[in-house]
Design a protein around this ligand. Structure first.
Ligand SMILES: *Cc1c(COP(=O)(O)O)cnc(C)c1O
Length: 376
């Protein structure tokens, strides 16, 4: 038996999602852009999913554009806005704790004459709205701040940042790949221009996501080719995955989130009462996504704990999934003001609706055992 606690990296697909996808691999194989009955049947699946996803964020269906995932949505947001707004300026503001699919794009854009400001965060990982305000200049075209951090779970005040950008006529983008269906977001109410989403963090299929684009936002198309997605994102529809994405959104519930939150708080309180010198990274309570815990234990290297847990079939993460094979310390935890040593030692736990209190007890017992062996 194994205990999977790496749900910030990816989740297990829900059987109901597989069931919804299956016909679209087989019988309903038409090209969703074809106008014969076979194509139309496939397009119904796509449009049904688009409706589910758009209503979840209070967008119009035609404001949701399907992509190959969160990485593509983030690439599109930054590169598309940069190309489209060259006349206005070349300055982009991002936080210093973004996912690599924002960080690396921002870095690449500097080689193409972009000017990037990386906003600092405090010890809990929060961006300060005053820092955003101070960083805005005449040539600022875009502010991109993630809704919820994938390593430490901190929920950023993106509503306020979006309102500020709206007032100053600057495009605001947020990477919501972690928060989608877990933290409510109303793109219309808060004047958010662009929002990145994906399916595989919410028990949907991998390789599928979406970019919400508010009507009127200046952004260049990303893929050129056939006229799919209003000519903004060409390529034959990945119909089964899109249908699965919609299903994953449809079956997400507040009850699941409450269950996950209860497990998170239980895990943290057990750790703090049974192990000494535990540091929890990130925000607390309602300011933290319900499924994430990130901690280090003084004197116990994260890599060691990770390997020992893996041997016991308990699967967690060191730092973020994308950087766990590298020896670099987490850019998120160092940006929060911690030393390299603390950044190296951190373990990330990502819970899902399928984890149980019994599993948490087993994990805590194993962590205690590993620490005792290590310390003696
Ligand atoms: C997973 C993730 C991504 C990347 O999404 P993919 O669909 O895997 O390309 C981007 N941003 C955040 C915050 C994520 O957690």
């Amino acid at each position: 038996m194994s205990i999977y606690l790496d749900n910030n990296a990816t989740t297990q697909i829900d059987p109901r999602v597989i069931e919804a996808m299956t016909p679209f691999f087989g019988q309903v194989y038409g090209n969703a852009s074809s106008i014969h009955k076979f194509g139309i049947k496939a397009s119904f699946g796509v449009e049904y999913a688009r409706n589910l996803i758009s209503s979840k964020i209070n967008a119009l269906p035609e404001e949701v554009y399907f992509t190959s995932g969160g990485t593509e949505a983030n690439n599109w947001a930054l590169k598309g806005v940069f190309i489209s707004n060259r006349v206005k300026g070349n300055h982009i503001i991002v936080s210093s704790i973004e996912h690599p699919s924002i960080m690396e794009v921002a870095f690449w854009l500097t080689k193409n004459n972009a000017e990037i400001t990386y906003l600092p965060v405090n010890k809990m990982g929060f961006v300060d709205i005053n820092d955003v305000n101070k960083a805005i200049k005449k040539n600022t075209i875009l502010v991109s701040i993630m809704h919820c951090n994938n390593e430490v779970g901190t929920i950023e005040p993106i509503e306020e940042v979006a309102e500020l950008c709206h007032k100053k006529n600057i495009i605001f983008h947020s990477d919501a790949c972690q928060s989608f269906t877990k933290v409510d977001i109303d793109v219309r109410k808060h004047n958010i221009n662009l929002l990145s989403l994906n399916a595989h963090k919410i028990h949907g299929p991998k390789g599928c996501g979406a970019l919400y684009i508010k009507k009127g936002t200046m952004i260049e198309p990303f893929m050129h080719g056939g006229g799919q997605e209003n000519g903004k994102r060409a390529g034959t529809y990945n119909t089964p995955a899109i249908v699965g994405f919609g299903k994953a959104v449809e079956i997400s519930t507040e009850n699941d989130n409450n269950h996950i939150r209860m497990l998170r708080d239980y895990f943290i309180s057990e750790m703090q009462s049974r192990i000494d010198s535990v540091t929890i990274f990130g925000a607390t309570g309602d300011y933290r996504i319900c499924n994430n815990i990130n901690f280090s234990i003084s004197g116990v290297p994260g890599k060691k704990l990770f390997i020992e847990l893996d041997k016991r079939n308990i699967h967690v993460s060191t730092g973020s999934a994308c950087t766990s094979n590298e020896l670099k310390p987490s850019h998120v935890i160092t940006a929060m003001g911690f030393g390299e040593k603390e950044a190296h030692g951190s373990i990330r736990i990502g819970l899902s609706k399928w984890n149980t209190k019994e599993e948490i007890d087993i994990v805590i017992a194993n962590i205690c055992q590993i620490i005792n062996e290590f310390r003696t």
